[in-house]
Design a protein around this ligand. Sequence first.
Ligand code: AMP
Ligand code: ZN
Length: 471
Amino acid sequence: MKLFNSLTREVGEFVPLKKGKVGMYTCGPTVYDYVHVGNFRTYMTADLLVRLLRYNGYEVKYVMNITDVGHLTGDNLGDADLGRDRIEESARKMGKTAHEIAGFYTRQFLDDLDSLGLQRPDVLCKATDHIAEQIELVKKLEEKGFAYRISDGIYFDTRKFPRYGELSTLRETAGAARVEVNPEKRNPKDFALWKFSPKNEKRQMEWDSPWGVGFPGWHIECSAMSMKYLGESFDIHAGGEDLQSTHHPNEIAQSEAVTAKPFVRYWVHGAFLLVDGGRMSKSLGNNYTVTDLDGKGFGPMALRYLYLTANYRTPLNFTWSSLAAAQSAYDKLAEFVRSRRAGEQESRRELSKEKLKKIDQFRTRFLEAVNNDLNFPQGLAVVWEMVKSNIPDMDKADLILDWDQILGLGLANAQEGVKVPDVVTKLVGERESLRKAGKFVEGDKARMQIEALGFIVKDTPTGPIINVKRS
Ligand code: AMP
Ligand code: ZN
């Protein structure tokens, strides 16, 4: 299979360190708020890669971290020193403990992960469970002369690591400039390895260390945990494109400064999910969650399908109409599989050579597409071409279910795709009673109310079916 590597900036053949085995790490969420559908696009890319590797016969060890301490406001833009801890900040606002906040949002994250059909990582590791490993790494960096102390913490000296920033692109320099730089640092790009607790303020989460009471810098957790679970050199490291300029170069610097070995072979960065062409952000009120989508009648698989329609390295603009189109396409596919499975007893006919050849060609074309740097839009095009082709329906369903091991749309168990609010179900019941009593005018009024709520009701011999109204 072929993969784009942000380090070499090329698409190349994927070759793991150990034959048949893959170690992969993805930077997970900071659990101070709900994880939005933008973040999930990044986890989706990682999930597709893991599924594909497994389908191709690799034994994959998949590790994801949960950041439950140390991620400061401003960290993503380059400076780790002057922001506030996101978890502690959220705890203060909500009147909860930092531990409660992290636990609550981790559970929410896992619920959404499951409903989106994202595979659970083999190791899901929390930063606060690995403080000793992080301290150990900082100690080694200090011994090797890469760390120095200033008044608020221990910092990494990026000048001492000549290859610093190889991975980063220059695009984000303007962003970094927006952040105030701590004047005590030797170089603007230096970053915190260990931060001291403020003297005038008691932090909820703090630990003893050889340098004083404090907490780890955000970047060190990923170096410490990825190397603990995958070894000093491993195959794939994934994350969103914003991490390419600071967080990931910092991970490389910290890790390679200690081990003197290449840290990661393939860096995979997913492009952002945009809203109206811009960033998803809380202040704009457009950072939708899986629950928000559900509230509007869209199932999580509609979102999964939407993600599949764009290449992971291309920004994807989120709109309600594109989500509705994705829901509709997903429903059609699910319905196709359902109806074929219902007729499973139908006996198989001998297939002509020509049809067997066609089936093989579809199989090859689908796998070629997705194995070519995860080209899922092309993969989906093959799916639909195959569904519309003249090969037997049973074979179509077999192919879809085989490919669904990679697509992850859960088509083998797909229920009617739509989640219907209680108020709509109630109205549908009332309409039925009215119609049975011959009160068709009143029944029609109920139908209009149902439509006003965004649903349509269809009458079938076995009773009414409710669907999302699409205009
Ligand atoms: P955070 O919780 O901010 O550390 O982000 C978790 C992950 O989501 C990181 O890999 C980010 O790069 C990624 N991410 C953040 N916003 C978006 C977005 N709008 N689209 C895709 N990925 C995102
Ligand atoms: Zn990370």
